[in-house]
Design a protein around this ligand. Structure first.
Ligand code: 4HQ
Length: 249
C-alpha cells in the first residue's frame, strides 16, 4: 500500500520509524511519503497560513500550497483523499478494513484553526475523526489511522491470525491474557489456562470476551452476531450479573 501524507510537521510521524510499522516499510508492505506542504508555498517566507476572513482568533491554512501538493501526486479519480477533522465520520474498525483494501491513500493534515473550506470541497473524498476531543493538528489522527490500517495488511503482523482475533474484528472485546509467572502479587493464573484442554480454554476465553463486552460495552452485544453457544454462555453471564447490560433477552 502506498501512503502519501501532506503535513507541515513531517517529524510528527516518527512512529513510522519504530517497531511493526518500520518492519512493514522495510518489507515493502507499506510505502510512506511525507510531503511537506511548505515546499509548495511559493510566497516570501513559505507561509502556509493566513488570517480568517470574517475575523476571529487563530489562523487558517491557505488553500494554494495544499492544492499544488495534491496535484503533484497524480492521483487517480477514485484514490481516497482523507482529511482529519472532528467533524468527520467517526473512525472505527470497519473503516480501517475498508481503507486496508485500497492500494493508495492520501492524508491531508491540518493545523491551526483548520484548513480553507475549498480544500475539503475540491480535494477531499473522506473526512475522518478519531473521537470527540480537540487536538492541535491532524498529524496524530492520521498516524492513528495509518497504524490501525497497516496492521490489517497481509504480512504486517508476525502472526497472521492475530489481527482476526482482536477486539472489534469479532465485534467483541478481548478476553484477559496471562503469561509467566503462574503466581504474581498473590494472584494465580486461571487454572483452565494451564489445563492443556484446548476446548475448555476456548470456551473460557469466549465467555470472558462476552462478559467483558456485556459489562463494559453492552451496546456491542446487540450488533455482534452470536452463535447458539454464545447465547448459552451469555445466559450464564447474565445469571451471574442480573443487573448487567441491555434488556434484549
Ligand atoms: N483536529 N479527529 C485537525 C482533531 C481531530 C480529531 C483538530 C483535526 C485540529 C486542525 N482530527 N484540526 N479529533 O482534533 O481527527
Amino acid at each position: 500500500m502506498n501512503i502519501d501524507i501532506l503535513t507541515i510537521f513531517p517529524d510528527m510521524f516518527a512512529p513510522l520509524n519504530e517497531s511493526i510499522l518500520l518492519r512493514a516499510r522495510e518489507n515493502n508492505l507499506i510505502s510512506v511519503r511525507l510531503i511537506d506542504i511548505r515546499d509548495f508555498s511559493f510566497n516570501k517566507h513559505n507561509k502556509v497560513d493566513d488570517y480568517p476572513f470574517g475575523g476571529g482568533a487563530g489562523m487558517v491554512m491557505k488553500p494554494e500550497p495544499i492544492f499544488r501538493a495534491v496535484q503533484s501526486l497524480d492521483l487517480a479519480k477514485d484514490d481516497p483523499v482523507i482529511m482529519m477533522s472532528p467533524q468527520g465520520e467517526r473512525f472505527n474498525h470497519s473503516i480501517a478494513e475498508n481503507l486496508a483494501a485500497k492500494d493508495r491513500l492520501t492524508f491531508i493534515c491540518g493545523h491551526y484553526e483548520g484548513i480553507d473550506e475549498r480544500v475539503r470541497e475540491e480535494l477531499v473524498s473522506r473526512e475522518l475523526s478519531i473521537g470527540d476531543y480537540v487536538l492541535t493538528g491532524g498529524e496524530l489522527p492520521a498516524m492513528v489511522i495509518i497504524d490501525a490500517v497497516a496492521r490489517l495488511l497481509p504480512g504486517v503482523l508476525g502472526h497472521e491470525a492475530s489481527a482476526e482475533e482482536d477486539s472489534f474484528a469479532q465485534g467483541l472485546l478481548e478476553y484477559p491474557h496471562y503469561t509467566r509467572p503462574r503466581e504474581f502479587v498473590g494472584k494465580t493464573v486461571p487454572s483452565v489456562l494451564l489445563s492443556g484442554n484446548h476446548e475448555q480454554i476456548r470456551l473460557w476465553r469466549r465467555k470472558k470476551s462476552l462478559e467483558r463486552t456485556l459489562l463494559r460495552r453492552p451496546e456491542l452485544i446487540n450488533i455482534a452476531d452470536l452463535t447458539k453457544e454464545d447465547k448459552g454462555l451469555l445466559r450464564e453471564i447474565k445469571d451471574k450479573y442480573p443487573k448487567s447490560g441491555n434488556n434484549n433477552s
